[in-house]
Design a protein around this ligand. Structure first.
Ligand SMILES: NC(=O)C1=CN([C@@H]2O[C@H](COP(=O)(O)OP(=O)(O)OC[C@H]3O[C@@H](n4cnc5c(N)ncnc54)[C@H](O)[C@@H]3O)[C@@H](O)[C@H]2O)C=CC1
Ligand SMILES: N[C@@H](CC=O)C(=O)O
Ligand code: NA
Length: 431
């Protein structure tokens, strides 16, 4: 508990896209924040990797001795905005061990070391808040951890990565190249320090692991997530989606399977234009939560960017500071359930297969036969001529089928003389 009228003292680690905005808000909104906490929020130091002036930041606050800042006795709340695993993990554990509350936006770390971090926080009876770690400014952690904790969540579905949504949106609406759209997303501050995490789906997978852990009161790790990014998405896929009245979105899906296990996946998916997720543009994110008693809820808003993400961080800082003033800690993680993870091959979806074939009699029948052999039911077929080279493209949309069965169909087709090149496979969301 902070004593008397003493300020709540805050140490900020990392002064990049998000950290610099947090520092700005702590200064610009100091009076309002003081009124809300009941004490001033005093920024006592900013841990940086390299010294030197930064626009709008008091240089006297900067230090490169980040661990010493974390361990300072007069610090109450540590905000970790460095990103990555180390040194962020060591610093967070040092903060917890020395009795500080922690606020972090670091989904990569929580999805891989959540058990260790939350266990340490429980042992030290301090708060760890992480609203900014999933879907940026959108309140989704607190609704799952607190507002919906009395309900039974059955699924969480959404767009949780701003960079990939920005790239796919630019490809659809402006015909931009993947590389140009990624460069723009980086310059706008949406991308991770290494954007591989975004485009390979790892960032969305980390967020899906965090969402599934909260939704199903369990511990889902990054390695439990069946993950596919958008690097394989071509202009041909974008055009195929448009022909079907769809847009391609990177969707994260967490659900309870029929046998009670939990399925968590991230996949580029064709979404019909009339579906609410199809209208989520730029770096916006949206998350649907479905629960037994509340029904369907939708959360939507900016999913990335310095200022929006800083908004979520400040919400957590105020909450942690209020708790310290009152000498209490907030709700811990409830990870009491051990349902196990569904084998990705058993997860059902609708699929779209784009198959380039020799344009000869009987080929379409043999494609249909391959699907029937693996019990994959066809919902629609579309065939088009490809120039004069003797090839045609068959686009097949399936009814719901287990991924393993569709994968077997693809292997079977690829091995035949009918098929030319690879078979493209994408999931299709229902309208
Ligand atoms: N940029 C965004 O839209 C969002 C970012 N996040 C998360 O917020 C965190 C920060 O992200 P950004 O601000 O975008 O990254 P950034 O790369 O702009 O900032 C990180 C800063 O930490 C500094 N740093 C690196 N190692 C350090 C060390 N050892 N000691 C002190 N400082 C060090 C870097 O020099 C850099 O200035 C990450 O965990 C990220 O995943 C979460 C939601 C949205
Ligand atoms: N790189 C992330 C940042 C927010 O979490 C994204 O693009 O969503
Ligand atoms: Na959020």
């Amino acid at each position: 508990m902070t004593i008397g009228d003493a300020p709540v003292r805050v140490a900020l680690l990392g002064c990049g896209v998000v950290g610099s905005q947090v520092a700005r808000i702590l200064v610009e909104q100091a009076d309002d924040l003081k009124a809300r906490v009941g004490r001033p929020l005093e920024l006592v130091g900013i841990g940086v990797r390299t010294p030197g002036p930064r626009p709008g930041i008091d240089e006297a606050l900067l230090t490169t001795d980040v661990e010493a800042l974390v361990r300072r006795e007069d610090v109450d709340v540590v905000i970790e905005l460095i990103g990555g695993i180390e040194p962020a993990l060591t610093l967070i554990l040092a903060a917890i061990e020395t009795g500080k509350s922690v606020v972090t936006a670091n989904k990569a770390l929580l999805a891989q070391h959540g058990a260790e971090v939350f266990g340490a926080a429980r042992a030290s009876d301090v708060d760890v808040y992480y609203e900014a770690s999933v879907a940026g400014a959108i309140p989704i952690i607190r609704p799952l951890r607190e507002s919906l904790v009395g309900d039974a969540i059955t699924s969480v579905l959404g767009i949780v990565n701003g960079t990939t949504n920005y790239i796919l949106d630019q490809m659809h609406t402006h015909g931009s190249s993947f590389a140009d759209a990624l460069a723009e997303a980086q310059s706008l501050g949406y991308a991770e320090a290494d954007p591989t995490a975004d485009v390979e789906g790892h960032d969305a997978a980390a967020k899906a692991a965090i969402l599934a852990s909260l939704a199903f009161h369990t511990r889902v790790n990054l390695t439990d997530v069946d993950c596919e990014g958008i690097t394989g998405i071509s202009t041909g896929d974008i055009a195929a989606a448009e022909r079907l009245g769809c847009v391609v979105k990177l969707l994260a899906r967490c659900s309870v399977s029929a046998d009670g296990t939990v399925a968590v996946g991230v996949h580029p998916t064709m979404v019909p234009v009339e579906h609410p997720l199809a209208g989520i543009r730029g770096a916006y994110n949206a998350v649907f939560v479905e629960s037994v008693n509340a029904g369907r809820l939708m959360f939507m808003g900016p999913g990335a960017g310095g200022s929006p993400t800083a908004s979520a961080v400040l919400g957590d800082v105020v909450t942690a500071a209020r708790n310290r003033v009152r000498g209490v800690s907030g709700p811990g993680e409830s990870a009491y359930s051990t349902p196990g993870i569904t084998d990705p091959g058993r997860v059902e979806s609708r699929f779209y297969l784009s198959i380039t074939v020799r344009d000869e009699p009987g080929v379409l029948a043999r494609v249909a036969e391959a699907m029937a052999r693996h019990d994959v039911s066809i919902a629609a077929v579309r065939q088009e001529q490809l120039g004069d080279g003797g090839y045609a493209r068959i686009g097949v949309t399936t009814h719901e089928a287990p991924y393993a069965s569709v994968r077997d169909v693809v292997s079977l087709l690829t091995a035949t003389n009918d098929v030319h090149g690879d078979v493209r496979l994408l999931r299709v969301e229902g309208a």
